[in-house]
Design a protein around this ligand. Structure first.
Ligand SMILES: C[S@@+](CC[C@H](N)C(=O)[O-])C[C@H]1O[C@@H](n2cnc3c(N)ncnc32)[C@H](O)[C@@H]1O
Length: 287
């Protein structure tokens, strides 16, 4: 029988030993604390407890590691889980975004939003489902005008946010149960413009199975256990690279083309492990 108090006690214990972690990262650990079967049987109770954890975290009672490595230009550089700076070349962003209205879907600590501003965008809107204190701190330190938009991509629409010339969505799709709905919403806020999507892919299926690659487009439903694919239980789908491009095309873009693949590597101190996620970049347009 699942004992809620016992689980809370284990969770608090775990937090003491892993003080710097995000609500997302702690999700990776619930199955370790509980065991797989017990977790699935009690998912809703556990989610409630994690909401409680989230509130504590947002009230700043718990310190966490930066998600992004961000250089504030004054010698101060954040110690993020991921350093995207050397990887920017793979993303294929336009050198100049002058005159463009830009949307960053799933901005986290805002590394990409600030990069778009640096590239001269007229306006950058950074959207996420939670308010990152780190984003706000970085915005202040960079003296940035990026606008924060607290919104779920499932609720995104032109009525709510207007239209954009350039939209980026980085490493969000695997965390969505319904990535199609998200892509259709993203498409709805582009009248004419470009969309760059960075998505986690299943490397082995993408590279080693020519039949799958050419004739079948796959997305595997992740079982959600630490150690699977990216080790994150909030992961739903791990598609092949072609599958990502086809999904984007089917969401209503006029063209969706794979630009290349790369591996995102980082280190999470909370989870005490390397994070390795093969990615594809797909560039899509509405013309
Ligand atoms: C893996 S992080 C990627 C951050 C950043 N885009 C990047 O490429 O480095 C995924 C981000 O997507 C956000 N996210 C997850 N589900 C979302 C949703 N339904 N709507 C908007 N953002 C979401 C998470 O809160 C998180 O900040």
């Amino acid at each position: 029988m699942f004992n809620q108090e016992e689980f809370k006690r284990k969770l608090e214990n775990w937090l003491q030993n892993n003080p710097r972690c995000t609500p997302n990262e702690i999700k990776c650990s619930y199955q370790v604390l509980l065991g797989k079967e017990e977790y699935f049987q009690n998912k809703w109770v556990v989610d409630d407890i994690l909401n409680w954890y989230s509130v504590m975290y947002h009230e700043k009672k718990i310190e966490r590691q930066w998600y992004h490595t961000i250089d504030f230009g004054n010698g101060e550089i954040t110690d993020g889980i991921y350093d995207h700076r050397p990887l920017l070349k793979y993303y294929g962003f336009p050198e100049s975004l002058k005159g463009k209205k830009v949307l960053d879907v799933g901005c986290a600590d805002g590394f990409f939003s600030f990069e778009f501003e640096r590239r001269g965008a007229d306006k950058v809107v950074a959207l996420d489902t939670y308010k990152s204190d780190f984003f706000l701190l970085a915005k202040e330190k960079l003296n940035s005008k990026v606008e924060y938009c607290l919104m779920d991509v499932y609720n995104l629409s032109p009525e709510k946010v207007g239209y954009f010339d350039f939209v980026f969505c980085g490493t969000v799709l695997p965390h969505l149960s319904d990535p199609f709905r998200a892509l259709v919403n993203i498409r709805s806020v582009i009248k004419k413009g470009e969309f760059i999507c960075a998505a986690v892919i299943h490397k082995r299926l993408t590279e080693h199975f020519p039949l799958f690659r050419k004739r079948r487009l796959f997305a595997l439903l992740e079982p959600g256990r630490p150690g699977s694919a990216d080790g994150n239980v909030s992961t739903y789908w791990i598609p092949t690279a072609d599958c990502v491009a086809e999904m984007i095309y089917k969401a209503g873009f006029d063209k969706a083309v794979k630009q290349g693949t790369f591996t995102l590597k980082g280190y999470s101190r909370a989870a005490k492990r390397k994070e390795i996620a093969p990615h594809v970049i797909v560039k899509a347009i509405v013309d």
